[in-house]
Write a protein that binds this ligand. Sequence first.
Ligand code: PLP
Length: 386
Amino acid sequence: MPAEREIIYLDNNSSTRIDPAVLEEMLPFLTTRYGNPSGSHRFGAQVKEATNLAHERVAALLGCEPEEVVFTSCGTESDNAAIHSALQMTPERRHVVTTSVEHNAVLNYCEAVVRRGCHVTVVPVDEQGRLDPEEVEAAIRPETAIVSVMWANNETGVIYPVEKIAEICRAHGVFFHTDAVQTVGKMPIHLAGKPIHFLSLSGHKLHAPKGVGALYVNKKSRFQPLIIGGPQEGGRRAGTDNVASIVGLGKAAELAMETLEEENTRVRALRDRFEETLLDELEDVLINGDPKARLPTTSNLAFTGVDAQAVLLKLDQAGICCSLGSSCTTGAIQPSHVLRAMHFSNQRARSSIRFSFGRFNTEVELDEVLEILPRTIRRLRELVAS
Ligand code: PLP
């Protein structure tokens, strides 16, 4: 890696850098302000004030009420908790509807509920990763407890029509959950008055630390907690609050509110210049995912004829971080379930790379990537041809 600069981080859908302003607000709660917010002394009450403020800040970002925000340990826990709650609240309903492109936090939880005797319908997507709300509606049965559809996909950035699907669920009287881990802080969200019962988010995707998340629980929804114990979070998530991280997530939400529009324009422009230049300079580059409805941060590209792992390795050596469109599970490289669900050939999936942009990426970094990446692809293609 070149010594003169830090890495170029284009893996923001995977995790983000903690914003310095977030860290600054967290530090007192890791040092001097260590009281338990449930404590019955002023020292604890001051900490409680800080976690209350975090509720307010996250609520402002989501357009909901502070009491509707339940802090959890991560996006995965939030996803699990939403589906768990719906199945607990309606024990006579043993069916879940979800999609083939969900994160494993939803898909593997669904597999677990199948082992406990429930049924799950997985609605497919088309080759652009799009979901037809009518197919979701057709999957709903009288015994459906909950429909869970992500707001935007972590690999392709494809945005799903969750507000429309939420209306369908309202008409059928079933709970609706959306995994908005990749959406919160990247798109404006206003939950008040919407028939969305649950929404998941995760701190480390929006410049807060790892290990903290939140679940929005609509005040009109009945709810059964996943983690049972003390009365924290209004009895909806037991366990002593992870105060510093909750404070950090609150600050990150406030920053996201302030920067949403400007960042969106700036980051979208970076992503668009990235794609336009590559499509211009290289042949046989394909955009994976619906170009009309994608997060402004995400670019998932197939470089036909090259092995994405080889590209990733070369980029890593040049100090550029991005992600594969495949994962190494049992020692063998498997195309990602998302790209498989989009009916891609193994070859296309194995030549796919996800680049995800964020707040700290700059034009100068992009210039450098656009210098290195086309050269790398050309060389690898020459090697394959020779
Ligand atoms: N859902 C989506 C769409 C994600 O991208 C992720 C993380 O990559 C998760 C859920 C899980 O979030 P966490 O890492 O906070 O458990």
